[in-house]
Design a protein around this ligand. Sequence first.
Ligand code: BF8
Ligand code: SF4
Length: 626
Amino acid sequence: KLTTVEEFEAATARLLETGAKVGADAWQMRVKNQTPHCKFGEQGVCCRICSMGPCRITPKASRGICGCDVHGIVGRNFLRFVAGGAATHSDHGREICITLSHAKEGGDYQVKDPEKLIRIAKEWGVETEGRDIYDLAHEMSELAQEEYGKIKGYSRWLKRAPQHTQDLWHAAGIEPRAIDREVSCALHMTHMGNTSKPEALIRQSLRNGLSDGWGGSMCGTEFSDVLFGTPKPIDTEANLGVMVEENVNIVVHGHDPSLSEMICEYADSKEMIDYAKSMGAKGITVSGVCCTSNEVAMRRGIPMAGNFLQQENVVLTGACEAIVVDVQCIFPALGPLSKCFHTKFITTSPICQMPDSDFIEFHSDNAGETAKNIVKLACENFKNRRPELVHIPQLKHKATVGYSVEAIVKTLDGVTNSQVDETGTTKPLIECITSGVIRGAVAMVGCNNPKVRPDTAHIELMKKLIANDIVIIASGCSAQAAARAGLMDKAAKDLCGAGLKRVCELADIPPVLHMGSCVDISRMMILAAELAKDSGLNISQLPVVGCAPEWMSEKAVSIGNYVVATGLDTFLGVDPYVSGSTEVAELLTSGVRDWVEAAYTVEKDIDKLGDLMIERIEAKRDALGI
Ligand code: BF8
Ligand code: SF4
């Protein structure tokens, strides 16, 4: 039985009552003060990139002071949005490459997947024979960091795409060069007095997106696997009920596993558990919020407390000793909120500094010591709890997570039937799709957004798709919505159509496969590339689409652009501030198809959005005659 959104909401309502007692505010109240939103902003027709403005396009004023028309303004705003997202993912990827440079035998960071490191090194033409693994790791770290600023050539990762995709990128002139260069170029193009031609702005949007998905994010994912291990199926639990009242509760939140891995490592040490006991607790529970949660769930089975719009809820339980954050998607609200409780709000990154937090700077070269100090601080804070405020909603679900591409391929090997005797490929999945046992796949990704009833779109769409024999791969906060509802419980097979149910039983998988955090959408690109190569089809011919029904961040738009640019139609439930320009909207929903064989669909009616995806998948099947 799934946990319903109504049950989520009842739990939240109860927590907000606690909040009211201590004078805390929450996003549910702030939304009221911010709606209705500014129409100019919503349509993307406001420009403030020079101080002659801000200029707004209205029926009376069709051009800004410099003469830029609405299409130029909307297009520039869109490209800047993409650049923000690409920079964010890619800089996270860079941090991982830096962490790799600190890996050493017996150190805080070690190479946990040497095979994968060697595989990537060979791909990059680096000598691996007879090399010390740490020597190789350090060389790869340097090469990866150079990817960000190299002066010649394109991203090394592009070679992983099918030749046809690479040819399309070349013909469209959107092969990403150095990762940082595409962000700089985007900002340069959108400076006052530069590009105002929508077509050129959208081309750079795709290119900048690709520098993320087939550049910075791929560095993040691949080298995280090298350092912390490539995820394998593992059991965990999800929702606020994973917090344990008798224990010291540490919540890790953010994105970069360099921090969360260390916190988990030390929280699990005998020394720290004894310390927690000496403070009156029974033990230590680490749980996660947002993508950091996905990272440590996939590799360690650490439970997932909630996704983006639940971050305040963990503090509202009154049982959170410390919420430890690194970068991205962290509400500044956590500062004042934590002051209403005993909770320590610990910021750790110079990239993300916030008022009302304890800033404990974390670096990969002092990781162990800092992590230990943070865990200690949390333990010492246990005695400051106010028992009358403690309430942990008893909602949680079992979930099986950890489906990296490697894990999916391995799982498929187990169900290989007589017709497919090759192992280590995606062919069994292709066979399931070709025979129609599975109709196709949807990559469900992205955030929550108060513009959509939180989690409903993710959960309702997934239920509808699996009932129609469409398998789901999920990441980010979408994956957490699924896990909290129970869709990553293997028992969810009973909600599937007969074909998908059979596959779930044979492969012993849930119908919604957790592929990781948002940078891990690069895994989905690798999977799509492998499916295309193994089937001899182009990526755009596969009955596979992407969907972000509740997205909110710049990162999500960057992702959307590389998913589309990779050849996968992408369905959005929230408008990306482009409705003010017919030309930009037309390019994104149709024009780009001429370059990359895929485009966006925006539909706010969630049921319709589901129908449109099913229609698209069936149309792709028809075109293939399957
Ligand atoms: O990178 S899905 S709310 S947590 S942006 Fe943020 Fe959105 Fe969640 Fe991770 Ni992704
Ligand atoms: Fe106005 Fe042009 Fe300046 Fe934008 S760049 S604020 S449209 S004058």
